[in-house]
Design a protein around this ligand. Structure first.
Ligand code: UGA
Length: 441
């Protein structure tokens, strides 16, 4: 089929590339000319393992094309995907400005009946609203179908080809059939429902995962107080199939472009209908507190952090991405600077992106080694393999005692027991810290 995808951000680009890989003829449109020129050269504007090879292959075979021209994207397309951003507004609601702009441009350029597929994460009722806009503005028949996206940054290509389900929300049976046919080659279970339920599935799924994370983080805080080990607690909980073991890693909270925005948008949608949803409010508040958990621990240990030389390792919101949106490194480094600490930071990929959003007073190092060489204190904020695999031996080589605050529970007793230079604190594992003290001090 001929498919056009509007928006070449994370969701749009990955969807477009994947649809071309399974044999469709895909035109991706973005209004950013510079970005389109880069894409035409086969260069990905996002850091995502595997995407460039797939892009290049499909550009070469003629299955994948990029343009800035709406007429070109609308001509001959059997289906048109909307995959533009729906960022969080100041008041916590989703900003639908970009969706509206796309609808206006598409409606003005359509010459044939078409199925419009909404991939962007949009509040419940948005597909109906977009349908009404097309009904008013387009001179041809348009059927709007909701097809939310479940890929994770950093494993987006893998998730697209090995997802758990594809959700298709259609109020028009034939339009739903078109989207089901487009997705047939992925060989992933398809669940069909109405548009509003499909929109709700996306929010409910992300908010539930965020809830799991905030829940295990609160349990980790209790483990800290009550001398239990959250890792074992999560393992024991996860063995119950009704609970499941995924998304029970305690740490310094969730970040990224999705969970913070979607939990907030879901809460706002409920409140707008007169429903307070205190559970979602608690999930969000817990996460904000959790992002500063290492600061609390460091203050407990030192009293004041003024003048402390602190190495911060890992800046992106999670490994394998350069995305800094809602990364815990933002509140953590801001507080460290405010408290008068001397901060040196390192990230394998996100350093350029970080420089735009983190406090100006931070010094950046070119390697883990350089980052820790003068440090008295080390914070691990993101569990990059590149950081974790060398850190302990680099600390030994540096021959300088450090206090290590690990926000991702990256190390276990076996790895730490022979490292005499480290005083170690993690999240919800006081027993581990106590065990090490017995050996090292
Ligand atoms: C998330 C969802 O997992 C995807 O299914 C969804 O499609 C996507 O949002 C979206 O709505 O576009 P993503 O934000 O890329 O994907 O990242 P995740 O891998 O889900 O991680 C989110 C955050 O939770 C990270 O900050 C991570 O460190 C944190 N996390 C995750 C934990 O703290 N503990 C865990 O056990 C798992």
């Amino acid at each position: 089929m001929n498919i056009s995808v509007i928006g070449t951000g994370y969701v749009g680009l990955v969807s477009g590339v994947a649809l071309s890989e399974v044999g469709h003829h895909v035109t991706c449109l973005d209004i950013n000319e510079e970005k389109v020129a880069q894409l035409l050269r086969g260069e990905s504007p996002i850091y995502e393992p595997g995407i460039e090879e797939m892009m290049k292959r499909n550009i070469k075979s003629g299955h994948l094309h990029f343009t800035t021209d709406y007429k070109e994207a609308c001509d001959e397309a059997d289906a048109l995907y909307i995959a533009v951003g729906t960022p969080e507004k100041e008041d916590g609601t989703a900003d639908l400005r970009f969706v509206k702009a796309v609808v206006d441009s598409v409606a003005a350029n359509l010459t044939d009946a078409i199925t419009v597929v909404i991939k962007s994460t949009v509040p419940v009722g948005t597909n109906d609203w977009v349908q009404s806009l097309f009904d008013e503005q387009a001179e041809v028949v348009v059927n709007v179908v909701s097809n939310p996206e479940f890929l994770r940054e950093g494993s987006a290509i893998h998730d697209t080809f090995y997802g758990d389900r594809i959700i298709i929300g259609a109020d028009n049976q034939e339009a739903g059939d078109v989207v089901a046919a487009i997705n047939k080659s992925f060989d992933i279970p398809i669940f069909r429902t109405d548009r509003r339920s499909a929109e709700m599935i996306k929010y409910a799924a992300n908010a539930f995962l965020a809830t799991k994370i905030s829940y295990i983080n609160e349990i980790s805080n209790m483990c800290d107080i009550m001398n239990a080990n959250v890792e074992d607690v999560a393992k024991g909980m996860g063995m119950d199939k009704r609970i499941g073991s995924g998304f029970l890693n305690a740490g310094i909270g969730y970040g990224g472009s999705c969970f913070p925005k979607d939990t907030s948008a879901l809460l706002k949608q409920a409140e707008a209908q007169g429903m307070p949803f205190p559970l979602m409010r608690a999930v969000i508040d817990t996460n904000a507190d959790q992002q500063l958990k290492l600061i609390d621990k460091a203050e407990d240990r030192f009293g004041s952090l003024k003048g402390k030389k602190i190495a911060v390792l890992g800046l992106s919101f999670k490994p394998n991405t350069d995305d800094m949106r809602a990364a815990p490194s933002i509140p953590v480094t801001s507080r460290l600077i405010l408290d008068g600490a001397e901060v040196t930071a390192y990230d394998p990929i996100a350093m350029n992106a970080a420089k735009n959003v983190l406090p100006k007073a931070i010094t950046y190092a070119e390697s883990v080694k350089e980052c820790i060489q003068d440090a008295e204190v080390i914070f691990i904020l993101t569990e990059w393999k590149e950081i974790l695999s060398d850190l302990l031996s680099l600390i030994q080589d540096n021959n300088k005692k450090v206090v290590l605050f690990d926000g991702r529970n990256s190390y276990g007793y076996q790895e730490l027991k022979d490292i005499s230079l480290v005083e170690y604190y993690s999240i919800g594992r006081p027993l581990l810290t106590n065990q090490l003290e017995k050996v090292s001090y």
